[in-house]
Ligand binder design. Structure first.
Ligand code: NAP
Length: 305
């Protein structure tokens, strides 16, 4: 028998969709992935999620969200979904050798920050090097930091970081910026922002737990220099996890899913929530909100069928 609702993804969007759908007695089946919990599993303190005045550790929050979804009957499988078939009804969902049928689907697979993969990056991920100024900026108070990237995200992160940091150096691989005029100008006008253009990061400096900066290489003449700083933010873009949906759902130029009617995608009965559809906010609380929206939309859609 077909599942009424299958949810794919286990970040705040997926678990919140599970919470709402289970409370609506849809008995949702949620695929959490082999590494469940999403991007918050890589975050230390979450201080901007309402309801936790003292903050909460990212992984702890995901355990609680999961328990809350399970409490009302969400069934959770720690499996990755390899493929879906949206050309038939009920939809097909495949993981390894097994497959399931689903009348409705919520895609909440999220996105992942693109890392530089410079030497020693693994040593400092989450402790010295971050991909989210909104999440981690406050931990770098009074430190000089660098931001890598030349797009709107880099400008926004750098500008945001000047609230905490006396000096923020933007490192970008060429002279011209990809950022919009207004965002670039705002950064240029900010006296706390310095620039290292025409440079890439070849490796990170410092021992584990003791981040010291980066080795920068000139993209003009290949010369290298040590650049000392107390933290680094990589802002070279995110990529939504939509590869397994290619050709089946409408996406934008960067492969983010598109909403057509409320949270419904281009295929009726398939809904999307969280970072997989979000090029703008990318916050745990907004993802959770969208998970709620998608569950309500799925419930109404199923009822109308
Ligand atoms: P983006 O526009 O794709 O810019 C990525 C930047 O990172 C580019 O400058 C790129 O350099 C650089 N980069 C990429 N790969 C790199 C690598 N391996 N090494 C070094 N540098 C690398 O990404 P984004 O800034 O995240 O923005 C994504 C979308 O969200 C855009 O449409 C943007 O307008 C939007 N956004 C809007 C706002 C806002 O309006 N408030 C804020 C943030 C983002 P090159 O330029 O040389 O390719």
């Amino acid at each position: 028998m077909a599942e009424k609702l299958v949810i794919i993804g286990s970040g705040p969007a997926g678990y919140t969709a599970g919470l709402y759908a289970s409370r609506a007695l849809l008995e949702p089946l949620l695929f959490a992935g082999y590494a469940s919990g999403g991007q918050l599993m890589l975050t230390s303190d979450v201080e901007n999620y309402p309801g936790y005045p003292e903050g909460i550790q990212g992984p702890e929050m995901m355990i609680e969200l999961r328990a809350q979804a399970e409490r009302f009957g969400t069934r959770i499988l720690d499996l990755n979904v390899d493929s879906v078939d949206l050309s038939r009804r009920p939809f097909g969902v495949t993981s390894g050798k097994d497959s399931w049928d689903a009348e409705a689907l919520i895609i909440a697979t999220g996105a992942e920050a693109i890392w530089l993969d410079a030497e020693n990056e693994e040593l400092h991920k989450g402790r010295g090097i971050s991909t989210c100024a909104t999440c981690d900026g406050a931990f770098f108070r009074d430190k000089e930091v660098m931001v890598v990237g030349g797009g709107d995200s880099a400008m926004e992160e750098a500008t945001f970081l000047t609230r905490f940091c006396p000096k923020v150096t933007i490192v970008h691989r060429r002279e011209g910026l990809r950022a919009s005029q207004i965002m670039a100008q705002r950064a240029r006008d900010n006296s706390r922002i310095a620039w290292k253009l025409d440079r890439t990061v070849t490796s990170w400096l410092g021992e584990e737990g003791d981040f010291r900066g980066a080795v920068l290489r000139s993209t003009v003449d290949g010369s290298e220099e040590d650049f000392a700083c107390g933290g680094a933010f990589i802002a070279i873009g995110h990529k939504p996890l939509t590869g397994f949906l290619a050709g089946q759902l409408e996406m934008d130029d960067h492969n983010y899913l598109l909403w057509k009617q409320h949270t419904m995608t281009s295929v009726p009965g398939v809904f999307a929530a969280g970072d997989v559809v979000d090029t703008r906010y990318k916050q745990a609380v907004t993802a959770a909100g969208m998970g709620c929206m998608a569950a309500i939309d799925a419930e109404k859609w199923l009822e109308a069928q």
